[in-house]
Design a protein around this ligand. Structure first.
Ligand code: PEP
Ligand code: MN
Length: 335
């Protein structure tokens, strides 16, 4: 349930109303937008007398929220959430490209990729240190050393870094990481999500390949319910019956999520399609769909990459795509 506060209500009146809800055992979520103040109610609202609530002087209207997700629901928070990454803002009208290798392999590899993607317009650097591989015999990532190398590339280029966490016990290693990624395979690792709710670092939450949009939003809700509102959603392809592509990019996620939630939405065309020559059209389609950004895999030597070489772009291919993506973005915002 949400209570829309009348325009011009004083801070004291709003606080009074919040206290009124708390006295009824409900948790509240205050959203103070430019044009509207909304108090979202979390908990069992079945005993709230809507007529009484609507009769209160400062209440404009009351709406029941039927969706199971509350804090991430746009009805709770009509304005877009803007995730601030050391001054760089994701959401609310900005557009960013995150680029880098699937996994950090060496100091030379990550620093050369970081420099080239920055020169082509990427504003954040990605690189996996802890890799969730289907086979235990495949390269598992450089782990703590990988994070150190990523941070070295960050200090060299100034690009904020994004890297995946697989276990909450590794959190101390992520202290200087700018954005913590939760990969598709961990989207429903609820204990991990709860731990990430206790920090306030931005979280890039990828959709599981077998998960619905409601499930994605419920996972975001886990993080938010524990106190961390800094969440970026990522559509990275879902598993379908199609075998030509690694996954199927569900671009319909963008308009649907845009309506359902205030969180920023980015697209990962690399994992979605899984074939480097198909990344470009999907990246262009993703920006045209209105996404807030892209995350793209780039490698200095794709044929010899230790992970996801088949979908990795060379720095030159990335430069070409980034240029076109940014031009399409200008058209999208001008429409
Ligand atoms: C990745 O970003 O390298 C990754 C493993 O992604 P996903 O969790 O989407 O498969
Ligand atoms: Mn990858």
């Amino acid at each position: 349930m949400v209570a829309v506060v009348k325009h011009g209500a004083s801070k004291q009146q709003v606080e009074g109303l919040i206290a009124w809800f708390h006295a009824r055992g409900l948790k509240t979520h205050l959203s103070e937008g430019e044009f509207q103040t909304i108090i979202g109610l979390i908990g069992d609202t079945t005993n709230v007398d809507i007529d009484l609530l609507e009769s209160l002087e400062i209440v404009e209207s009351v709406k029941r929220i039927t969706e199971p997700f509350k804090g991430v629901n746009r009805k709770f928070h009509p304005d877009d959430t803007v995730v601030n990454i050391g001054g760089l803002k994701i959401g609310g009208g900005s557009f960013h490209i995150i680029a880098g290798p699937c996994s950090v392999e060496s100091s030379e590899q990550i620093s050369s990729i970081a420099k080239s993607v920055k020169a082509s317009g990427a504003t954040l650097l990605r690189g996996g240190a802890f890799k969730p591989r289907t086979s235990p015999y495949d390269f598992q990532g450089l782990r703590a050393d990988g994070i150190d190398l990523l941070l070295e590339a960050k200090s060299m280029t100034g690009l904020p870094v994004v890297t995946e966490i697989m276990s909450a016990t590794h959190l101390p290693l992520f202290e200087n990481v700018d954005v913590i990624q939760v990969g598709a395979r961990n989207m429903q690792n609820f204990e991990l999500l709860k731990e990430l709710g206790h920090i306030n670092k931005p979280i890039l939450l990828k959709r599981g390949f077998m998960n619905t949009l409601t499930e994605l939003l419920m996972s975001a809700e886990y993080i938010m319910a524990e106190g961390n509102p800094n969440i970026i959603l990522c559509e990275r392809g879902i598993r379908t019956f199609e075998t030509y592509t690694r996954n199927t990019l569900d671009l319909s996620a963008v308009p649907v999520l845009r309506e359902l939630t205030h969180l920023p939405i980015i697209i990962d065309p690399s994992h979605a399609i899984g074939v480097s020559r198909f990344v470009k059209p999907m990246a262009l389609a993703a920006v045209a769909s209105g996404a807030d950004g892209l995350i793209i895999e780039v490698h200095n030597d794709p044929p010899n990459a230790l992970c996801d070489g088949a979908q990795s772009l060379t720095p030159e291919q990335f430069a070409d795509i980034a240029d076109r993506v940014l031009r399409i973005r200008e058209v999208v915002v001008s429409l």
